[in-house]
Design a protein around this ligand. Structure first.
Ligand SMILES: *Cc1c(COP(=O)(O)O)cnc(C)c1O
Length: 494
């Protein structure tokens, strides 16, 4: 299987090149030339395997230039012993036909671990295969990617990693998680700006030819751990396949398939569900849930994408995004793999902050997706309601998805079984979750609130979060948007 660019049809590279490079030279994203498919017998066979086995079965369809041994090494390194109970993506039943896919049992307690525990193995294996030297990973994060990438890449041979996060755009726990990161090859810096500023800054560095040349002279090359990297997306397809396998095993009635609800920011997670659907997983509707930064809700409802709007800092900070970079891949597929058309839309987005689609493309988008959004008040109310009703504690991001799903059911009366992606542990966002459950217990100390939340709910916090209590930050850096490149070069000593 070869990979091409969303902006240039003449590009054809192996998966190892796509992963080690991260982004195509002209700024496009790598996409598979065709989407592989699985049949019912395949799913039955895969359902009998554990998560590592399922991952290998899915990955080998996309990474055809990796050997069996290489794949084995990668999936074992990523998923053996790194997640609670060796179960990276358990499916929990919330109500009849309503399931929560818990994706936060990894070392950093957010769904990013599913991809970022695997990416370092995929990337170092790819770099070896294509004969590259040292890989420098640049990350822009709205909170969770940064920590998950740091944890994945810390002290990985032949790599360096620099993470930028928006100074006022991450939760105190996310900030502490990143600022306390260990490892000799890691650097963490906050920027005066929001996530989109961080992401644009990183993209600018990636595509600056003089900087690329400077790295090359020093035996280094950039790559990305953001979901623009195919190596981030492909591991995410696995858990949708795995969820289907678990529904089959549970004997759920899937005559009409099942719906998937995803709390969305950069459109990576929900795009992985789209790929799973095209591989044969009987996903019916893909329901895209946004917070008050509802640029995707408007786009799916009207066909007009417009980032020129107020940016809100919300209780679900990992979704505070107005430029959803993976939407580019979806546009490419919606246009029947039209690189020219995609390049044009992206150019319009870069120049004016908006673009529109219409006709068949819009119809197709709307037949695949449904969309909704939820503000902070409704998010916190949902956390409280669901805890009272099910004794189940949602984090703020997952609560957005649950509320949007409830609205969807009310409006559509669609009772198809549904899987809701749960993207973070509630203890990553203790302050907001405690505010929802028992406002009177809120205070200024993060760990006091964590203790209160445990005692009020009886739900235990994950060990990696409890372990942060009393930890001293190692990093305390801040820079301006236009200083990001200097920060990177200084760290690399070039
Ligand atoms: C990253 C993140 C999201 C958004 O995922 P995308 O793939 O960017 O759409 C949602 N929830 C949490 C907790 C996250 O960390």
């Amino acid at each position: 299987m070869l990979y091409t660019s969303t902006r240039d049809a003449s590009i054809k590279v192996s998966s190892a090149t796509a992963i080690s490079q991260g982004i195509s030279n002209e700024g496009g994203l790598f996409v598979p030339e065709s989407i592989p498919s699985l049949c019912e017998a395949d799913f039955e066979r895969i359902a009998a395997l554990d998560y590592i086995g399922r991952a290998k079965e899915v990955l080998k369809l996309y990474l055809t230039d990796f050997t069996e041994d290489e794949l084995e090494y990668c999936v074992n390194g990523a998923y053996n012993g790194t997640f609670d109970n060796n179960c990276p993506a358990p499916l929990k039943k919330l109500d009849n036909g309503e399931y929560i896919l818990e994706l936060w049992h990894g070392p950093t307690c957010a769904f990013k671990d599913l991809a970022l525990q695997l990416l370092p193995f995929l990337l170092t294996t790819s770099a070896k295969k294509v004969g590259k030297g040292r890989t420098v990973i640049l990350v822009a994060t709205s909170g969770d990617t940064g920590k998950a990438a740091l944890e994945g890449f810390a002290d990985v041979e032949n790599t360096d990693i620099v993470v930028f996060y928006p100074n006022n755009g991450v939760s105190p726990m996310q900030k502490l998680q990143m600022d306390t990161q260990k490892g000799n090859n890691v650097f963490v810096c906050s920027i005066n700006g929001n996530f989109d500023d961080a992401q644009s800054g990183v993209k600018r560095i990636f595509t600056d030819n003089s900087i690329k040349a400077l790295l090359k002279e020093n035996g280094m090359e950039f790559s990305s751990a953001n979901s623009i990297n195919w190596g981030r997306l492909v591991p995410q397809i696995v858990y949708y396949v795995s969820a289907y396998c678990d529904l089959l095993k549970n004997g759920e009635d899937l005559t009409n398939g099942f719906n998937v609800v995803v709390p969305t920011g950069n459109f990576g997670n929900i795009l992985a569900a789209y790929y799973a659907k095209y591989m044969g997983v009987p996903i019916n509707k893909l329901i895209c849930a946004s917070n008050s930064n509802n640029v995707l809700t408007d786009f799916i409802k009207t066909g007009k994408y417009d980032r020129n709007r107020e940016f809100f800092t919300t209780a679900s900070p990992s979704m505070d995004i107005l430029i959803s970079s993976n939407l580019e891949r979806m546009l490419y597929h919606l246009g029947n793999n039209d690189a020219k058309g995609t390049a044009k839309l992206q150019k319009s987005l870069a120049q004016t902050g908006e673009f529109s689609i219409e006709g068949e493309m819009l119809e197709q988008l709307q037949s695949l997706y449904s969309a909704g959004c939820c503000d902070d008040t409704n998010t916190l109310e949902t956390i409280k309601d669901k805890f009272n009703k099910y004794n189940y504690l949602l984090d703020t991001h997952t609560a957005v998805a649950v509320k949007v799903y409830d609205d969807y059911v009310k409006a559509s009366a669609d009772r198809t079984p549904t899987v809701i992606a749960s993207t973070a542990s509630p203890y990553k966002f203790s302050a907001s979750v405690l505010k929802a459950i028992d406002n009177s217990k809120c205070c200024s100390d993060e760990f006091e609130m964590l203790e209160s939340l445990m005692s009020v709910t009886g739900v235990d916090a994950p060990a990696p979060i409890k372990a942060l209590k009393g930890a001293t930050p190692r990093f305390n850096n801040i820079c301006e948007k236009d200083e990001m490149i200097d920060v990177v070069l200084k760290f690399l000593k070039i």
